[in-house]
Design a protein around this ligand. Structure first.
Ligand code: NAP
Ligand code: G4F
Length: 327
């Protein structure tokens, strides 16, 4: 039975990837960091099927011990400080987690067993001020946030360990991917959570920043399959994973409100507090290589994704309100 170690298993992608690997017959180990209260909502349903281990991207020895104890065939490095606005407020911590953290995981692999296959969660944020449309594996990077800069470092150190030590190390350059498990500070989930609350009468307004920003949004469940496919290929490489469609934040808002028969213009307020010091105005990825080499393709469309997220938030808030009434 193959085994895998996932850093960032408590995050959106970690939960979908753990489910996918279990379905493929893997033994799944998840790395979690110590917190005063457990933060396992996304993986509670998997708790009896995955093994959780404490370690931290900031602590080299904890990573070496973890790789030694679990002896995985594959390591998926999903852990990161992943929220772009926080990276402007905490650039050093972001660099330590999101950039140097990658080297620490690679060093643990180099120390314990160079045969372990490694996946790095690289990001379309690296393209930042985009140099061509759509972006491919060959497009040059111009990151626009400390997060994007940290991810560029993570990308190149992954390439470097592949070239220097012959480690099977692959970068997935993933464009934005969303789901009902997305953190509520990211724009898509912020919108769908607000739409559900407004529909159910417990919120009056939705304050957003730049409505004109364009993103290439896909479904996280589709994207974790691409991560796995990259590590099954006979040679390590780097792949863009995207839908090749872009939509503005406003289009997302319109579709989400329309799904519950509300007029978005009555509720949405533009608040410059959510503007960024430097914005990534547009992203659109060309995943031809992932399709042709890995056989990967998108299954959930943009409108299906929006509706899936609104429906899930409606259900979850209805449950929350019922529990409050019954308490
Ligand atoms: P997420 O929901 O924010 O999850 C991040 C995970 O990293 C959480 O499990 C978090 O643990 C963990 N983590 C953070 N700092 C850590 C540390 N010092 N030590 C150990 N664990 C730590 O992110 P996601 O959306 O699933 O994304 C997964 C990865 O893909 C990230 O690297 C992200 O930057 C990258 N990415 C995401 C997208 C996207 O659109 N979602 C696109 C491209 C790339 P806690 O639960 O303890 O906070
Ligand atoms: O949802 P976002 O915060 O995602 P962003 O910055 O694109 O980053 C996400 O995708 C990256 C892949 O490209 C990942 F690497 C990264 O980890 C993360 O998952 O913002 C999307 C867009 C931005 O242009 C932002 O300015 O939405 C705009 N926006 C407008 N109003 C807002 C808001 N973003 C947030 N978070 N909150 C708002 O109120």
């Amino acid at each position: 039975m193959p085994s895998a170690l996932i850093t960032g298993v408590t995050g959106q992608d970690g939960a979908y990837l753990a489910e996918w690997l279990l379905e493929q017959g893997y033994t799944v180990h998840g790395m979690v960091r110590r917190a005063s209260t457990e933060n396992f909502e996304r993986i509670n349903h998997l708790r009896d099927r995955i093994a959780l281990h404490q370690a931290d991207l900031l602590d080299q020895l904890s990573l070496v011990r973890l790789v030694e104890a679990t002896q995985p065939d594959e390591v998926y490095n999903l852990a990161a400080q992943s929220f772009v606005p926080t990276s402007f407020d905490q650039p050093l911590l972001t660099g330590d987690f999101t950039a140097l953290g990658v080297t620490r995981v690679l060093e643990a692999i180099r120390t314990v067993n160079r045969k372990i296959r490694f996946y790095q969660a690289s990001s379309s944020e690296m393209f930042g001020k985009v140099q061509e449309e759509p972006q491919t594996e060959k497009t040059s990077f111009w990151p626009r946030s400390p997060y994007g800069v940290a991810k560029v470092y993570g990308y190149w150190i992954t390439v470097n360990y592949r070239e220097s030590y012959d480690i099977f190390a692959a970068n997935g350059i993933l464009f934005n991917h969303e789901s009902p498990r997305r953190g509520k500070e990211f724009v898509t989930r912020k919108i769908t959570d607000a739409v559900a609350r407004i529909k159910l009468g417990v919120q009056q307004q939705l304050r957003l920043g730049n409505l004109a920003a364009k993103r290439d949004w896909g479904f996280a469940g589709d994207y974790v399959r691409a991560m796995w496919l990259m590590l099954q290929h006979h040679e390590p490489d780097d792949y863009v994973v995207a839908t090749n469609e872009d939509h503005t934040v406003q289009e997302f808002v319109e579709l989400a409100f329309e799904h519950v028969d509300l007029d978005w213009q009555k509720y949405v307020v533009v608040d410059p507090a959510f503007y960024r010091p430097a914005e990534v105005h547009t992203l659109r990825g060309d995943a031809t290589k992932a399709r042709e080499v890995l056989g990967w393709q998108v299954e959930v469309s943009f409108p299906e994704l929006v509706r899936m997220m609104v429906d899930a938030d409606l259900k979850s808030i209805e449950r929350e309100l019922r529990n409050q009434r019954d308490a």
